[in-house]
Design a protein around this ligand. Structure first.
Ligand code: AN0
Ligand code: CP
Length: 317
């Protein structure tokens, strides 16, 4: 595997999940694979899980790890070509990327949607420059439009917890005070569409995701109806994708918060969220603390999804 961005990059999902479950019970069985290989993780945005789980996965594989927080201690980077650099940015991404590439064998990039220019975000302008100019395999650690390490961990988690062959999985929008990217729901939808699950997306009108990711998933605007019979409830906030409201908050309707009453509509569903989560905005204390909440095992599986991805990249180096 040369890059990890979309679901196609991982190939057959059944094979990938099988490999993940094998890695999970034998985390240190591939320690020689990463010997003398260096992972560089570049963060343009904050992270708890991605940073720790990906570093842990790399260490499980025997890799060395370097982490760069671009906004803490590095030179401020210009990302636009053609700009007269007489402002506060000391270095251009076009030099920084090949330099970073020269110190490592694999690069992970976290670079959220900036909401300044929809086309730049949806063309993955920053990620594509890393792919083009680093000369190294690149994987997304949440970029402008995708978060595949999360979606892969979510898939592993559903496979571990599901009680029926073809569960009903509901992705529900929920309120949040700040405008968040569409990357998590985009990837979740893309990966769920690649399974044979009964997959439903519910959100207020105006929150339609890019059809490139939503695909043929059923969209139900009535959250209560969508939750009926659900086996998994996957909550997430995102800002609007559609023009002219790209990146904007259209609703803070607290009736969309996932509460015990909402969960009562489901088939005793498991509750999932990628974290970090704002309690009593996205989900009530009661639901996230309930026996049906699987947010912690879900987060723990981030180590496993990252290890499978790194393992496959290392196998092709
Ligand atoms: C980010 C998001 O919604 O994309 C990261 C989630 C993994 N969340 C926040 O910025 C709160
Ligand atoms: N779920 C997730 O990616 O969390 P972090 O933003 O903390 O990495």
């Amino acid at each position: 595997m040369r890059s990890f961005i979309n679901v196609e990059d991982i190939g057959d999902l059944k094979v990938a999940v099988k490999e993940a479950l094998a890695v999970k019970v034998n985390r240190f069985g591939y320690k020689s694979l990463g010997e003398n290989k260096t992972l560089l993780m570049v963060f343009f945005n904050s992270s708890l899980r991605t940073r720790l789980s990906t570093q842990k996965a790399a260490m499980n594989l025997g890799m060395n790890v370097i982490v760069l927080d671009v906004n803490q201690g590095a030179w401020k980077l210009e990302t636009e070509r053609g700009v007269i650099m007489d402002g506060d940015k000391s270095e251009h991404l076009l030099e920084a990327i090949p330099v970073m590439g020269s110190y490592c064998d694999v690069i992970g990039v976290r670079s959220f949607a900036r909401f300044e220019n929809k086309q730049d975000d949806y063309e993955e302008k920053i990620l594509q420059q890393f792919i083009r100019y680093s000369g190294k395999p690149v994987f997304a650690m949440e970029t402008a439009t995708v978060h595949p390490l999360q979606a892969f961990a979510d898939l592993i988690t559903i496979e571990e917890f599901k009680k029926v062959e073809r569960p009903k999985v509901v992705l529900t929008w929920a309120p949040h005070p700040k405008a968040l990217p569409q990357a998590v729901p985009n990837s979740f939808a893309q990966w769920m569409n690649a399974t044979d699950y009964d997959f439903v997306i519910t959100h207020p009108e105006g929150y339609e995701l890019d059809s490139k990711f939503a695909g043929n998933a059923r969209v139900e605007y009535d959250q209560n109806k969508a939750l009926e019979g659900a086996d998994f409830v996957y909550a997430k906030n995102w800002s609007a994708y559609a023009d002219p409201n790209y990146g904007q908050i259209l609703s803070k309707d607290m009736s969309w918060t996932v509460t015990t009453e909402k969960m009562a509509l489901t088939n005793n569903a498991f509750f999932m969220h990628c974290l970090p989560v704002r309690r009593n905005m996205i989900v009530s204390d009661d639901v996230i603390e309930s026996a049906q909440s699987i947010v912690i095992p879900e987060a723990a599986n981030r180590e496993i999804s990252a290890q499978v991805v790194l393992k496959r990249i290392l196998e092709k180096l």
